[in-house]
Design a protein around this ligand. Structure first.
Ligand code: AMP
Length: 576
């Protein structure tokens, strides 16, 4: 990298904070200008012309002309881009890269446009939260053990590069330079990050971290699930990892030649290190505090820990011991939204300050109007503290008034930009008749029921759900993978507790009059959720972006099949 390029990414965290403060003090004006820039750059597109915007760039005309849309509405346009039509369809400049969003909710990845502007805003978000984090938790020149994985990249029919958003980011040279500017480059070589088999990559990430154990200052991943997954894997393979370090020879389990070559440059026989790690592992009780034992100079653990990642926090805290958990920013393949500028808050109360210059944001209030209609969206600076909203994004990458489908709560303001708490995906997870239960409701029910397990030193490794309408009446089915065996008695208690913990009035009343049948708890074999992860990875999803689907719809036949084929026991609630 030339010195000029290096200087271009170098930044002073205090300057960055000053810019952020200035921008958020003036959020309303910045939003107006951001919309103007987006519409100036893209005014000539087929999409904006179709809606008769006629080159106007003000908020009022924009809202009057352009409808609120979902991904489905934009699919015909996106598909043409994917198929190689490079006329200005959604963006003035042609889109050359496509992101595959995780699509865990509907079982299939969906395509969204990716471009340089998205890459830049990603780095802006990373740098902003880093600057605030660095004030409270400074890191020196060290390394970051990053459990990140590039997914398969391929060319679309129309010749565009397609990969998951995280892969598009990791592959971009700006990413590496920014990580370097943040003083914590990744421990692992590219061959490991972009290896074709994530099991092998994960093994080598662990090995690289162990070799550089003294230098590791941060442990991170995009979503916290990957960190928990990594250390669960460590529990399985630690002895083999020690052998590799002792002998300086990579396990034969690693078969990808490029990974073997890259790792052979790092791996030298080191019996002292192997003995040390071995002893540390043997000295731990049930792996509590594993991370600081292995990596003594770690300052914190970093990754998205909110929303569907919350269920992994107990396990993560167990591995982390005394180390702080710092929740990462809020965004999506469609674009970034907010940075965590209060890194000291525990993940359960983490908030995200919206960056007013990376997109134009609107918020649909979740409460209905008096006539029962959906309320009109409000602007970024018009939201009210304590209220819940669905996020609507207008981006530099061709999305206009796009409903992201996420529900957020406004917790406060940072200057004049709101600080959002992520609540859940808007689509209902579980509903049979008048009952309405979201991902969050399911999570709370599982949390309550797993208390019963905790008393017995057991935990829920992962979970999901479905509505079974093949019975009359229909009922909820909850699938659990557990860390060990529990007695029938305990599981019956858990099942009743789950049923009682859905507090939604529609559910409770329907259960009472038997309009919804008894909740069913199905226990699946160990490793079932790994199979689900493998299935999504096979579809082109990235491990880095993986979120366990918390509800499996009837169209998601393969995942349903995996679950149903692995059920070992099932229980029906007797709570009502
Ligand atoms: P993807 O489309 O795979 O990029 O996933 C994006 C989705 O992940 C968002 O729409 C959110 O539902 C979820 N997500 C992203 N960041 C966070 C966060 N910080 N907290 C909770 N959920 C998040």
């Amino acid at each position: 990298m030339g010195i000029l390029e290096e200087m271009a990414v170098f930044f002073d965290p205090e300057d960055l904070i000053a810019e952020f403060e200035a921008m958020t003090r003036d959020a309303e004006r910045v939003q107006k200008e951001t919309l103007k820039r987006i519409l100036e750059e893209n005014g000539g597109t087929e999409y904006l012309k179709k809606w008769g915007l006629l080159g106007k760039t003000d908020q009022e005309s924009f809202k009057a002309c352009i409808p609120l849309v979902t991904h489905e509405d934009l699919e015909p346009y996106i598909n043409r881009i994917v198929d190689g039509d490079d006329s200005p369809i959604l963006t003035g400049k042609p889109i050359t890269t496509i992101s595959l969003s995780s699509g865990t909710t509907r079982g299939m990845p969906k395509f969204v446009p990716f471009n340089d502007e998205l890459m830049e805003s990603t780095m802006q978000i990373y740098k902003t939260s880093y600057s605030f984090r660095n004030r409270e938790f400074p890191v020196g020149n060290g390394k970051c053990l990053q459990f990140i994985y590039g997914s398969r990249q391929f060319k679309t029919k129309g010749g565009l590069a397609a990969g998951t958003a995280t892969t598009n980011v990791y592959r971009n040279p700006l990413f590496k330079k920014t990580m370097k500017a943040m003083q914590t480059p990744c421990c692992s070589p590219d061959e490991v990050i972009f290896g074709p088999d994530f099991h092998q990559s994960l093994y080598c990430h662990l090995l690289c971290g162990l070799i550089l154990r003294e230098e590791v200052q941060v442990i991170s991943s995009t979503f916290a699930h990957s960190i928990v997954h990594a250390f669960r894997t460590f529990e399985q393979f630690w002895e083999e990892l020690c052998t590799d370090i002792r002998e300086g020879v990579l396990s034969s389990r690693i078969s990808v030649p490029s990974i073997r070559t890259a790792m052979s440059k790092l791996l030298k026989p080191n019996p002292e290190l192997a003995d040390l790690i071995y002893k540390k592992c043997q000295g731990l009780s049930n792996w509590y505090g594993l991370i600081p034992e292995l990596f003594p100079n770690t300052r914190y653990i970093y990754g998205i820990m909110t929303g569907s990642m919350e269920p992994y926090l107990t396990k993560l805290r167990h591995y982390a011991g005394v180390l702080p958990l710092l929740s990462a920013d809020y965004g999506s393949s469609e674009g970034w939204i907010g940075a965590n500028v209060n890194p000291k808050l525990p993940p359960e109360s983490a908030t995200f300050a919206v960056l007013p210059n990376i997109g134009y944001f609107e918020f649909i209030p979740l409460h209905q109007t008096l006539d029962g209609l959906e309320a009109k969206p409000v602007g970024l600076t018009e939201v009210k503290v304590g209220e819940d909203y669905e996020v609507v994004v207008t981006s530099f990458a061709g999305l206009y008034r796009y409903r992201l489908g996420d529900v957020v709560k406004v917790k406060g303001f940072h200057n004049s930009t709101p600080e959002l708490q992520f609540i859940c995906r808007r689509n209902l997870l579980l509903t049979i008749n008048i009952d309405k239960n979201t991902e969050k409701d399911l999570q709370l029910a599982v949390e309550a029921a797993s208390q019963v397990l905790a008393e017995n030193m057991l935990e829920v490794v992962d979970f999901t759900s479905r509505v079974d309408s093949s019975t009359e009446p229909g009922h909820y089915v909850i699938f659990w993978e557990m860390s060990g065996d529990a007695s029938d008695d305990i599981l019956e208690q858990c099942c009743n507790c789950l049923d009682k913990s859905f507090l939604d009035a529609g559910y409770v009343s329907s259960r009472k009059v038997k309009a919804i049948g008894a909740l069913e708890l199905r226990i699946v074999k160990r490793g079932t959720f790994h199979k689900i992860l493998d299935h999504y990875v096979g579809l082109g999803a990235a491990v880095s972006q993986f979120k366990t689907p918390r509800c499996v719809g009837p169209s998601n036949t393969r995942v349903l099949q995996i679950l149903c084929n692995n059920v070992v026991k099932s229980y029906f609630s007797t709570a009502f």
